[in-house]
Design a protein around this ligand. Sequence first.
Ligand code: ZN
Length: 108
Amino acid sequence: MHPRSLVGYEPDDWVPRCVGGSRLPILNHGLVTHGYYLRATDPREQVTEVVRRFHLARYFTPFTRCMACNGALIPVAKKEIAHRLSPETSRHVDDFRVCSSCNKVYWQ
Ligand SMILES: [Zn+2]
């Protein structure tokens, strides 16, 4: 079910009210359990604001998904991908993962 049909507001109705600084009517609807009025205008700051507001950092699982295709990252032995590494990376890094979908190599 699309959120707009759930609460009866069109997304275009949200923006002018948001710009005007008043509360969004959608946040007053009983079916919306996790609404929040963003204060930041910069998209990156908005992400930070939402993560802090809803305590989402505990759900982050970095280094588990491919940034290119969202495939699962699986540990791989350095010797198996050594031919794909630069000498500098090979010299300083020992922990590698490879994407199970696109085969991209990651390290941390
Ligand atoms: Zn991938």
